[in-house]
Design a protein around this ligand. Structure first.
Ligand SMILES: [Zn+2]
Length: 189
């Protein structure tokens, strides 16, 4: 695959400052020093209006991107660019073509990708067999629990029935509560 070839990008005028930041970050990450950076921008980066053909140098692009605001730029061309318009008064273009010249030291594709980020850790999921086995074990445990509860309830009922047969004790929920009423006290004259 050919590397370090020239590259052309179509960028909205309002995206030129963002592209400058991206280039600076990418170039810095690939080992380009501050002094080399301005030289590289002046020589290898050019932006051209797609409608009127106005040329903006890499240095001008840097000036636009680094200015605190459009008002801080005394040159009308640069102030207009900072506001998101073509630098030429009267040009209603929304796009510039940014040309990145071939440079043996710079791989533009890599620079535009930005600083390399550490690859995310792959998700470690347990194998499907383990999941299925765990699910089956849970189901067995659930059934076993219900079976034990059923046996417990049955044993309790049997005990109550036996006790009832032997002592005549009321079975809660199965037999109505007996109510004892005392007769009114006898009045003695
Ligand atoms: Zn233009």
């Amino acid at each position: 695959m050919p590397q370090n070839t020239a590259k052309e990008l179509h960028v909205p005028v309002s995206g030129l400052t963002g592209l400058h930041q991206k280039l600076v970050a990418g170039l810095t990450a690939s080992g380009v020093s501050g002094a080399e950076l301005s030289e590289l921008f002046g020589r290898d980066v050019t932006a051209i209006c797609v409608k009127c053909g106005m040329t903006v140098s890499g240095e001008e692009l840097a000036t636009v991107a680094l200015a605190a605001s459009a008002e801080a730029l005394s040159e009308p061309k640069l102030a207009r660019l900072r506001q998101g318009y073509c630098g030429r008064n009267g040009s209603d273009s929304n796009y510039y073509t940014v040309q990145l010249a071939a440079n043996p030291q710079v791989d533009w594709d890599r620079v535009l990708l930005g600083p390399a980020e550490p690859a995310p850790e792959p998700e470690t999921a347990p194998p499907i067999e383990e999941e299925l086995a765990a699910g089956a074990a849970r189901e067995r445990a659930r059934r076993h629990r219900w079976w034990r509860i059923g046996v417990g309830v049955a044993a309790l009922l049997i005990l109550l029935v036996i006790r009832h047969a032997m002592e005549g004790v009321r079975i809660p929920l199965l037999q109505p509560k007996m109510e004892y009423r005392t007769s009114a006290p006898v009045q003695v004259e």
